[in-house]
Design a protein around this ligand. Structure first.
Ligand SMILES: C[S@@+](CC[C@H](N)C(=O)[O-])C[C@H]1O[C@@H](n2cnc3c(N)ncnc32)[C@H](O)[C@@H]1O
Length: 354
């Protein structure tokens, strides 16, 4: 180990620590999750700034003192907690694991949906098949099985999906409704959240939802509960069957966090069908989070890791794309990008196409 670090390198001593963090990443991940789930971080958060002894934490949480000690000592080297004398005190990272919504959603998704499957990554990248999906169920893609996932996995999948979509809807709605579309197609409508937002936003719009039948049934129930049945139509589909056209005459076609579920040739086929379903004045609205178009290193990290989920668990051939890769697919499908609204909502970019 005699090489000098390059200009963009950390000192070797820090890189050695990073290497051990990688080597033991599954341990520190599960220790952090256990500290959160067993109420240890909560007990420490409640006793700021003084902190607590391991014995007192054991009493408060009813976790055996041995367990409290091994978890907290790993938490010290992971920077979740500090040890001063015999008192453990929660640190900033511990507070993020406990209270930050993005960290919670990502940890639950990793634990409940991805953890076992991602161990099949080598097979996945060699075969282009989602080799880890067999850990969750017997489907070809995770989307076929979404409504049959174990309750905890389903809840964490939906929480992850909604966390990265729902907050963007209020910024997107006025842009989609600028031209007052009468017929809107929600492609990959999932549990119907955007469809409901549209139906609430404009009392004149009619929405058609496309997805697998199980997802559409969940969406239908939510739409009925909102009292919007009369303006919603459901169209079950498998997008991988390129021979199935979309319902025609659409003024607006919405695809949010959807095309990243497909390989590039599949994206082109979906966009071609969307183009054929447009009315003469219609527009296609593509919303994605592109990894090359993020302001924050944390966002880029999340997106790169999410691509591994797509590989190992979702379908083996999709990923989070760069904006250039998506532009190429749009052009291959014979569409023109009329406007690009870069990061119109935090990390999301909208392509308005015709
Ligand atoms: C990542 S979710 C996006 C949902 C929503 N548009 C949003 O913004 O949160 C992708 C949706 O596409 C659907 N989907 C993926 N592949 C599909 C396929 N081959 N056929 C039908 N639906 C599919 C999934 O069931 C899921 O509801």
């Amino acid at each position: 180990m005699t090489e000098r670090p390059g200009r963009d390198e950390k000192p070797l001593y820090e890189a050695i620590i990073d290497a051990q963090k990688l080597a033991f990443a599954p341990f520190s991940f599960h220790a952090a999750l256990a500290l959160r789930e067993l109420g240890i971080l909560e007990a420490l958060a409640d006793c700021r700034p003084d902190g607590l002894t391991a014995e007192r934490i054991a009493e408060l949480t009813r976790v055996p003192v041995y367990g409290v000690k091994v978890l907290l000592e790993s938490g010290v080297v992971s920077d979740l907690v500090a040890l001063e004398g015999d008192h453990f005190r929660i640190r900033q990272l511990g507070m993020l694991v406990l209270r930050d919504p993005m960290t919670r959603v990502n940890m639950d998704f990793t634990a409940d949906v991805c953890y076992r499957g991602v161990a099949h990554l080598r097979e996945t990248v060699m075969t282009g098949k989602p080799a880890g999906l067999s850990e969750l169920g017997p489907w070809n893609t995770i989307y076929e099985g979404l409504t049959q996932l174990q309750p905890k996995a389903q809840q964490s999948w939906l929480a992850f999906d909604h966390y990265y979509s729902d907050p963007m809807f209020p910024a997107a709605l006025p842009k989609v409704f600028t031209d007052k579309p009468k017929r809107l197609l929600d492609v990959g409508a999932n549990t119907g959240k955007f469809a409901i937002a549209c139906l609430n936003h404009d009392p004149q719009v009619n929405v058609t939802l496309l997805d697998f039948p199980g997802q559409l049934e969940i969406a239908r129930q939510a739409i009925v509960a909102e009292g919007h049945s009369a303006r919603a139509t459901y169209h079950p589909i498998d997008f991988l069957d390129a021979s199935i056209e979309f319902p025609p005459g659409q003024d607006a076609i919405w695809m949010s966090q959807f095309l990243d579920c497909f390989g590039e040739d599949e994206i082109v086929s979906i966009l071609e069908r969307a183009r054929r379903a447009l009315s003469p004045q219609g527009r296609i609205y593509i919303v994605e989070t592109y990894w090359d178009n993020q302001q924050h290193a944390a966002a880029r990290y999340v997106l790169a890791m999410t691509s591994l989920y797509f590989a190992c668990l979702a379908n083996g051939n999709s990923k989070m794309y760069s904006s250039a890769a998506m532009r190429t697919c749009v052009q291959r499908a014979g569409l023109e990008i009329e406007r690009e609204l870069e990061r119109f909502s935090a990390s999301h970019t909208m392509f308005v196409c015709r």
